[in-house]
Design a protein around this ligand. Structure first.
Ligand SMILES: [Zn+2]
Length: 225
């Protein structure tokens, strides 16, 4: 065993006095072997990194598909609700087909009276809600300028006049003062929803039943700024 060999063994934490697997090998051989091991180790690390990346990519793709499917379901459900609200008579009464799970027909009833709940909000505005389809009507928002709700061609001011024998509700009324500066008023101002190209998106829930063409889409999210 030569001196050079000893120093390498020491570096490796091996007592040169003891017999070991490196005995009888030259420093050159050991260095070659070390280089080879180093290369193998690097290959292993690279492979591990590639596998980790592939696994992350798989998980990402999986999650992405999951969210996309969920999003489609949500949009479909919103579309179904919009269609239902447009097609609803908002009336009481009506009979459902025998064996149907719904106690009442989805398109609303045929009675004189409307299945509407009218509730006075703290600011004095009337909120109207159909018990049959869940549609909600709000008047024009004096704070943001958002126009009154129109569903299936029926505006808030029209729906508010429809006869119902439901009791109206009311919460405590507050006198709300508007102390906003003109820039704050501008900041809060309602803007019609737009698509990704900046074109105005029609709220086709507003159209009367049968109006418009193509597949019914849910109303676009309202842009607040
Ligand atoms: Zn309704």
């Amino acid at each position: 065993m030569n001196k050079q060999n000893d120093s390498i063994l020491k570096e490796l934490g091996i007592n040169p006095g003891q017999a070991n697997e490196f005995d009888g090998k030259s420093s050159k051989e050991l260095l070659n072997q070390q280089t080879q091991l180093d290369v193998e180790l690097k290959k292993l690390e690279l492979q591990d990194r590639l596998e980790t990346m592939a696994s992350k990519k798989r998980k990402f793709d999986e999650k992405k598909r999951e969210y996309e499917a969920k999003n489609r379901q949500l949009l479909d459900e919103l579309g179904r609700r919009a269609a239902r609200q447009r097609g609803c008579s908002h009336r009481k009464g009506g009979t459902t087909q025998a064996g149907s799970r719904d106690p009442l027909p989805a398109q609303g009833g045929d009675a004189e009276k409307f299945a509407l709940i009218k509730f006075r909000l703290p600011n004095g505005d009337w909120w109207v809600n159909c018990q049959r389809c869940g549609a909600e009507w709000f008047p024009q928002d004096s704070f943001t300028g958002r126009p009154e709700t129109i569903i299936g061609g029926i505006s808030h001011s029209q729906v508010l006049m429809l006869p119902t024998d439901n009791t109206s509700g009311e919460s405590s009324q507050f006198g709300l003062e508007d102390n906003r500066s003109s820039s704050e008023i501008e900041r809060d101002r309602w803007h019609p929803p737009v698509d990704e190209n900046g074109n105005e998106v029609r709220d086709i829930r507003a159209l009367p039943p049968g109006a418009g063409s193509g597949r019914l889409q849910p109303p676009a999210a309202v842009r607040t700024h």
